[in-house]
Write a protein that binds this ligand. Structure first.
Ligand SMILES: Cc1cc2nc3c(=O)[nH]c(=O)nc-3n(C[C@H](O)[C@H](O)[C@H](O)COP(=O)(O)O)c2cc1C
Ligand SMILES: C=C(O[C@@H]1CC(C(=O)O)=C[C@@H](OP(=O)(O)O)[C@H]1O)C(=O)O
Length: 382
């Protein structure tokens, strides 16, 4: 079993993740992890915090001479902003600085205060903050290196921001691997409109959400299982995306379209090629049937809600004065769908890596590769 935990507050000293369960003998490239961390920081519409941070990973355990040992891998990312918050985030001493008492609709503020019996909303928002997604991306980047080594690639791109959609007929999917657009969008015309939309939202003190897509190529047939609810890979992938801060809906393949079309239009018909290898002409199912991968690309989409902190704040309540007030305004992003798309690829990579290890086991990279080879041979795959 592959598992990870993260720790760290948004303005605390650092973020830490422990990733356990990867086999020994996997080559680790720190520069590639850092590239993914940098990519998560980009995106038109991000706030002032991203000008302070330059996320870089330190590997504190589990790797020696750039190879995994099979031990838990500890990944750490320092918060550069911490130096500005030493007293407000002090581990010892008396409370310092103004309390946050005006709850923001759409954030964890109010429920968190009630549930954890706190008086300062900062005690909640620090951990609810999506700053934590930097740790998820570091974990996912390591998992992506594992997957890459066995021929599986995970990509993501932005398909909608604030209602501006990409033109699917005009997309060069070959650019997925080295897309350098800071909105992580493959459609230049749509990207220009997205920027305009984000600019207008920012000027109005408003925020925007959107949709990103994750595509997994090269996953072997049969990851996951139909035999039990918690073994279904569609369910696990949905959770991995839904667990990202601000994600409100997840779609697999044509997802929502299934409600509007008959079976004759939606199920992917099967054919044999001249070598008696099965192929399909469509992939409405997004690569998953019966909770298992079917050998097609895995296609997932996630909907992100607009950022809850608005510079033109919404009506809310003050937990201390019990008055109706405007929600608090923290420095904030206007739109972070591009960043979320990088997090989405990381979370999908973790989940696929876990499914691969569940199926093929192995504490050593060579054993994993042999097991996959044997399985593919049994299936008659070339
Ligand atoms: C990459 C990323 C950046 C985010 N930036 C902000 C932000 O600057 N301000 C904010 O209020 N929420 C931001 N959020 C969203 C909140 O973290 C999220 O809405 C909050 O934790 C409540 O969780 P929920 O939306 O899943 O219910 C961001 C989310 C992501 C994924
Ligand atoms: C720090 C990050 O995102 C943060 C997510 C976030 C929130 O409420 O989720 C609030 C903002 O933090 P701050 O209050 O420090 O400006 C974002 O910048 C990050 O993505 O690295």
């Amino acid at each position: 079993m592959l598992r990870f935990l993260t720790a760290g507050e948004s303005h605390g000293q650092c973020l830490t993740a422990i990733l356990e369960g990867l086999p020994a003998g996997l080559k680790i490239n720190i520069d590639e992890i850092n590239q993914k961390l940098a990519r998560r920081q980009t995106g038109y519409g991000r706030g002032g915090r991203m000008k302070i941070e330059t996320d870089k990973v330190d590997i504190l355990s589990g790797v020696r001479f750039a190879e995994t040992l099979g031990d838990p891998i500890t990944l750490q990312i320092k918060n550069r902003d911490w130096s500005n918050w030493l007293q407000k985030m002090s581990v010892t001493g008396e409370p310092f600085g103004e309390k946050v008492t005006a709850a923001r609709p759409g954030h964890a503020d109010l429920v968190g205060i009630h549930k954890y019996d706190r008086k300062d909303i900062r005690d909640i928002l620090e951990r609810a903050s999506a700053r934590e997604t930097a740790a998820k991306v570091a974990v996912g980047a390591v998992c992506q290196q594992f997957l890459q080594d066995i021929g599986i690639s995970v990509f993501s791109h932005v398909v909608n921001i604030g209602g501006v959609e990409i033109d699917r007929h005009n997309i060069n999917y070959a650019k997925l691997a080295n897309n350098t657009s800071d909105l992580n969008c493959l459609d230049e015309a749509a990207e220009t409109k997205m920027r305009q939309k984000i600019r207008e939202a920012g000027q109005a003190g408003d925020t925007l959400g959107g949709i990103f897509e994750v595509i997994v190529k090269g996953a072997p047939e049969g990851l996951g299982s139909h035999i039990q609810w918690d073994k279904r890979l569609d369910g696990k992938l949905a959770q991995s995306l839904m667990s990202i801060q601000a994600i409100k809906a997840v779609e697999i393949g044509e997802g929502v379209s299934y409600a509007y079309n008959p079976g004759s239009k939606m199920h992917d018909e099967m054919f044999y090629d001249e070598n008696k290898q099965v192929y399909r002409r469509t992939n409405h199912a997004g690569g998953l049937e019966g909770g298992m991968t079917n050998g097609e690309d895995i296609v997932l989409r996630a909907v992100m809600k607009p950022i809850p902190t608005l510079m033109s704040p919404l009506h809310s309540i003050d937990i201390e004065t019990k008055q109706e007030v405007l929600a608090s305004k923290e420095r904030s992003d206007v739109c972070a769908v591009a960043a979320a798309s990088i997090v989405g690829a990381a979370m999908a990579a973790f989940t696929i890596a876990d499914a691969v290890l569940e199926q093929f086991g192995g504490h050593a990279m060579n054993d994993v590769k042999k097991a996959i080879e044997n399985y593919q041979k049994r299936l008659g795959k070339r």
